[in-house]
Ligand binder design. Structure first.
Ligand code: HEC
Length: 236
């Protein structure tokens, strides 16, 4: 627990440049793992737009339901795909060989993507926002965070068609997506939060314990101060 707090502190102090991917500066992912609604929306987006290609091989539907405060019935009805059962691991229907053949690279399992590496949630967040049209690529898409990415922008219907210019990204009026820029931003935050949770489910618990740790320290600081006052009273 202490280690993770130290880690968080180090993260906060580390210069932003340390998170740069190639020469793209990663943006801070404004996720909130205590926001259940956000995680639930992220799970829905993941199942609809990502699970056809990506597995979450260490996560069971039942655990997801319990952690996110959803009933097993709801998860079975809305999230479980194919003939999978609520107790199953979240596998993808996509065969690795097919993935390799279709995309030039098998879509990696995403249950550990958000784990461990410093600033990884920032990487996912920035990656998902950095697709742009590139006719020279087999899928017609490229990504500034992962140059030559084999993944197409599967969210283009929501985001619109993003193009790269010298001053950054633009989405032209007639190429807008179904979501407004603010709604799209929220969707990406939700997805990033969900993948961060999946990468380290224990963090949900830990973050809520974090507040107790702070209270605990505050209490002992108060005690120490009272004690000190008590001792010094006799000295003066
Ligand atoms: C059509 C198949 C397909 C779909 C759908 C898809 N992806 Fe991917 N994704 C890929 C492929 C292929 C790669 C490997 C890209 C590479 O390394 O060039 C990838 C890579 C990634 C990576 C980088 C993983 C790593 O560790 O390198 C992330 C993160 C990711 N996808 C997230 C998502 C999310 C979130 C969604 C849903 C919004 C999604 N993907 C939907 C095919 C897909």
């Amino acid at each position: 627990m202490l280690k993770s707090r130290l880690f968080a502190l180090l993260l906060a102090l580390a210069p932003a440049a340390a998170f740069a991917a190639g020469n793209v500066k990663l943006q801070d992912a404004p996720i909130d793992l205590s926001d259940r609604a956000s995680l639930q929306r992220g799970a829905g987006l993941f199942m609809n737009y990502c699970s056809a290609c990506h597995s979450l091989q260490y996560m069971r539907y039942s655990r997801l339901a319990d952690d996110l405060g959803l009933s097993h019935e709801m998860v079975e009805e809305f999230l479980v795909k194919g003939d999978a059962k609520i107790g199953d691991l979240m596998k993808t229907g996509l065969d690795k060989g097919d993935g390799q053949a279709w995309f030039g690279k098998a879509p990696p399992d995403l249950s550990t993507t958000a784990r461990g590496k410093i600033g990884q949630e920032d990487w996912i967040y920035t990656f998902l926002k950095s697709f742009y049209v590139d006719e020279t690529r087999p899928m017609g898409w490229n990504n500034t965070v992962l140059a030559g990415a084999s993944m197409p922008n599967v969210l283009w219907e929501l985001q619109g068609i993003q193009r790269k210019t010298e001053d950054g990204f633009v989405i032209q009026e007639h190429e807008r997506g179904r979501l407004s820029p603010a709604e799209y931003e929220r969707a990406i935050v939700d997805l990033t939060a969900f993948l961060t949770y999946v990468g380290e489910p224990a963090r949900l618990k830990r973050e809520s314990m974090g507040a107790w740790v702070v209270l605990f320290f505050a209490f002992f600081t108060l005690l120490a101060w009272l004690l000190k006052k008590e001792y010094w009273r006799d000295v003066h």
